[in-house]
Design a protein around this ligand. Structure first.
Ligand code: NAP
Length: 292
C-alpha cells in the first residue's frame, strides 16, 4: 500500500502568530530558476503547484523576495491573489542577490526597509503576515552576533503597521533570547532534518515557550536526503523516503511546522500525504541512527 491521498487538513495545527496553521505547509523557494535565480523553466507548472497546495488545505507558505529575486513572490501573487483569509504567508529579509546569483548580506536599516516594501509590492499586500529576520553573520549557519539593530528596524516597521509578526532565521538560542527582549518572536526557522540535528536542544527550548520551529531543508535541501536506513523504513511502511523524513519531523516535536519545497505537483501531493504516516518506535530508532 502506498500513501498517496492528499489533504493537509488531515494534519494537526500549531499556533503561528495570531493563527492556528496546519503543521504541513509549503516552501516556495524551489519555484524560481536554477540556484533560486531567475525565472522557472515552466511558469505554468509553478502556478499549478501553488494553487494545488492551497486547494489541498495548505495555509502556510514560506517565501522571500530574494528568491528569484522578486520572481517567486510575483508568481505567488499571480497564483493566489486575492489570498484566502486563512493563508499565512511568511517571508524573510536581510539578503540580496548579486548579478551572479550570489547571496549578499543586506541587514542595514535602509536595506531591511526596502526589502519589506519590495515584499509588500511583489506579494500585493498592505501588511506582511510574518517577516523573519534571516541572520547573515554566516550565510551557511547560525553564528553569534547582536541582532538588536536590524530587529529594532523591523519592530519599527511593525509599529507602522507594515508587518504583523516577526520571526528569526538562522539563529542561535542566545539570539532568540535577545530577540524576545526586543519584540515578540513568533517563529524560528533554521536548518534541521533527519541528518542535520544541531538544533535538537533549541527545538525543545522553543517547544517549552510555545514558539514554532520551522526547519528549512526538511528533505535535505538541494540534494534530498539519501540513506539506507531511510529507504528501509520507507519500504517497510509502504511510504516514500521523503514521506518518512517529513513524518519523522512531525513526530519529533509538536511545535515543528513543515515547509517542504517542491516545483512538482506530484511531489507536493506526496509530501502532504506524509501527515497520515505514523512511525513506530522501531522505525524511529532506526531513523535515529542517521544523524550519528
Ligand atoms: N531561512 C532560510 O535560510 C532558508 C533556506 C533554505 C530554504 N528555506 C525555506 O525552506 C523551504 C524548504 O527548503 P528547500 O525547498 O530548500 O528544501 P527541501 O524542502 O529540503 O527539499 C527540496 C528538494 O527536494 C525535492 N523534493 C521535494 N519533494 C520531493 C519528493 N516528494 N520526492 C523527491 N524529491 C522531492 C525538490 O525537488 P522537486 O522540485 O523536483 O520536487 C527539491 O530539490 C524553502 O522552500 C524555503 O521556503 C529557508
Amino acid at each position: 500500500m502506498s500513501i498517496t491521498t492528499v489533504n493537509a487538513s488531515q494534519t494537526a495545527t500549531y499556533k503561528l502568530g495570531h493563527r492556528q496553521v496546519k503543521r504541513l505547509g509549503y516552501g516556495a523557494m524551489q519555484l524560481a530558476g536554477p540556484g533560486v535565480f531567475g525565472p522557472p523553466k515552466d511558469r505554468a507548472a509553478a502556478l499549478a503547484v501553488l494553487r494545488e497546495a492551497v486547494a489541498s488545505g495548505v495555509d502556510h507558505i514560506d517565501t522571500s523576495d530574494f528568491y528569484g529575486p522578486h520572481i517567486t513572490n510575483q508568481i505567488i501573487r499571480e497564483a493566489l491573489h486575492p489570498y484566502p483569509a486563512n493563508l499565512a504567508i511568511v517571508t524573510k529579509v536581510s539578503a540580496r542577490r548579486g548579478a551572479d546569483g550570489s547571496w549578499i548580506p543586506a541587514m542595514s536599516p535602509e536595506e531591511l526597509t526596502q526589502a519589506v516594501h519590495d515584499n509588500l509590492s511583489n506579494l500585493g499586500l498592505d501588511v506582511l503576515d510574518t517577516v523573519n529576520l534571516r541572520s547573515m553573520f554566516d550565510v551557511h549557519g547560525p553564528a553569534e552576533g547582536s541582532l538588536e539593530e536590524p530587529l529594532t528596524v523591523l519592530a519599527g516597521l511593525q509599529q507602522k503597521g507594515l508587518i504583523r509578526h516577526i520571526g528569526l532565521s538562522n539563529v542561535t538560542s542566545k539570539q532568540v533570547a535577545q530577540g524576545r527582549s526586543i519584540c515578540d518572536i513568533v517563529c524560528v526557522q533554521n536548518q534541521y532534518n533527519l541528518a542535520h540535528r544541531e538544533d535538537d536542544a533549541l527545538i525543545d527550548e522553543l517547544a517549552g515557550l510555545g514558539i514554532p520551529y520551522v526547519p528549512f531543508f526538511p528533505l535535505g535541501g538541494f540534494t534530498p536526503l539519501q540513506s539506507s536506513a531511510l529507504s528501509d523504513v520507507a519500504q517497510q511502511l509502504g511510504a516514500t523516503p521523503m514521506q518518512v523524513a517529513l513524518a519523522w519531523l512531525l513526530q519529533r516535536s509538536p511545535n515543528i511546522l513543515l515547509i517542504p519545497g517542491t516545483s512538482s505537483v506530484t511531489h507536493l501531493r506526496e509530501n502532504l500525504a506524509a501527515g497520515q504516516l505514523k512511525l513506530t518506535p522501531e522505525a524511529l530508532a532506526q531513523l535515529d541512527t542517521i544523524a550519528k
